[in-house]
Design a protein. Structure first.
Length: 125
């Protein structure tokens, strides 16, 4: 495998692990009507990040990759939003895990945003 393929496989595993970690973290949240809505949205955006990254990796063209990676950036950004809401609303006692997930989501945002930017540049130049 070449370096790019190794990176892609690593990111597929990383985004999938992040999704699972978010799902497991949701079990620690305080149960309420509001938190059930937040959990639903958070799980959707985190798992969508991983699913859409996989789809982007199977894109048939640079334009299709760009389109799909844009969705990944939106979903990972939304995931950060819901994690921030959980933090701001004090919905968990698992502060260390929340902090770890927030750190990971920021790294994923940077990586996916860079991929989006690079993809855009390769299409338009």
């Amino acid at each position: 495998m070449i370096e790019k393929e190794l990176f892609i496989e690593k990111m597929k595993k990383r985004t999938k692990k992040f999704s699972v970690d978010v799902i497991l973290f949701c079990d620690s949240l305080k149960k309420s009507q509001a938190s059930s809505v937040i959990i639903y949205q958070l799980v959707k955006s985190a798992t969508s990040t991983a699913a859409n990254y996989r789809a982007a990796c199977r894109a048939r063209s640079k334009k299709e990759f760009f389109s799909k990676i844009c969705i990944v950036v939106e979903e990972v950004d939304e995931t950060e939003f819901w994690l921030e809401i959980i933090d701001d609303a004090n919905l968990t006692k698992e502060d260390q895990e929340l902090k770890r997930l927030l750190t990971e989501v920021l790294e994923l945002i940077k990586i996916m945003s860079k991929a989006k930017s690079s993809s855009y540049n390769s299409i338009n130049h």
